[in-house]
Ligand binder design. Structure first.
Ligand SMILES: NC(=O)c1ccc[n+]([C@@H]2O[C@H](COP(=O)([O-])OP(=O)(O)OC[C@H]3O[C@@H](n4cnc5c(N)ncnc54)[C@H](O)[C@@H]3O)[C@@H](O)[C@H]2O)c1
Length: 244
């Protein structure tokens, strides 16, 4: 690993206290970045070298406050990884309360829009940077089985569409926006559904879930100069799940 690949880079990770977010934070610190974990909870147990900032993605004011504090006294650009996301209970679409639909879209899509807009504006003012949005194979590649998650799946498809739209608007200003779509990853998000793991694994070609570290490696790639020609791409890493 090149411990200087991200020297002099600053990166903020929403959901940075979560399973995937922490792995991304560890990876970027190991490669020399200054890393900020933005989350609504869990900030007391962050990996070494990671600074925590409280963020409520439901609040535009909270997003603006975090961005202002990142640039207070330091004008260097801050790249962005959107890893925050929620999954609600499995509910058939015909029975889904609109409040549940709104809650999922509110964090997974509206929240991503808010942070992209606030961070993207600052990156463009400083000549460019990189944004990586964690979408999901559940957005475009598959409809997961057996769980009924129409709101989640829709939110992730929309994250990819948003990523492409922003990439086209901001690419000429030097801001690369890309999406990473993992399949099943071994994190707390999935532990509640342990009874479904055998069903899920049956269709993973490599017969296991991804590790958060594997996701982090792909995020690091998309942030790096090696991905300089990736503009509005969706990288699918699903262990072959969508091929079955
Ligand atoms: N785990 C998987 O199998 C998997 C697969 C594909 C995609 N993803 C996506 O990867 C991302 C990370 O997932 P994870 O497994 O690390 O989940 P996680 O639950 O461990 O982490 C998500 C983090 O987002 C934070 N968050 C939620 N709502 C927030 C809000 N309103 N404001 C600020 N922070 C908020 C949570 O506090 C949590 O720390 C999510 O977007 C998820 O949809 C996960």
């Amino acid at each position: 690993m090149d411990t200087t690949r991200f020297s002099n880079r600053r990166v903020a990770i929403t959901g940075g206290a979560g399973g995937i977010g922490q792995a991304i934070a560890r990876r970027l610190v190991a490669e020399g970045a200054e890393v900020f974990a933005l989350d609504r909870k869990g900030l007391e147990g962050l990996p070494e070298g990671v600074s925590g900032l409280e963020l409520d993605l439901g609040s535009p004011a909270s997003v603006a406050e975090v961005v202002a504090s990142l640039y207070a006294g330091d004008d260097r650009p801050v790249d962005l990884v959107n890893s925050a996301g929620i999954v609600e209970d499995d509910v058939a679409a015909v029975d889904m309360p609109i409040e549940q639909f709104d809650a999922v879209i509110g964090v997974n899509l509206r929240g991503v829009f808010l942070t992209c807009q606030a961070f993207g504006r600052e990156l463009m003012a400083r000549g460019g940077g990189a944004i990586v949005n964690i979408a999901s194979m559940s957005g475009n590649a598959v409809v997961n089985f057996p769980q009924k998650q129409s709101a989640y799946n829709t939110s992730k498809a929309a994250v990819t569409a948003l990523t492409k739209s922003l990439a086209v608007e901001w690419g000429p200003s030097g801001v690369r926006v890309n999406a990473l779509s993992p399949g099943y990853v071994d994190t707390p998000l999935n532990h509640l559904k342990a009874h479904m793991h055998d069903t899920w694994k049956r269709d993973v070609v490599v017969d296991r879930f991804a590790t958060p570290e594997e996701v982090a490696g792909s995020v690091a790639f998309l942030l790096s100069d090696d991905a300089s020609y990736y503009v509005g791409a969706e990288l699918l890493m699903d262990g072959g799940y969508s091929l079955r």
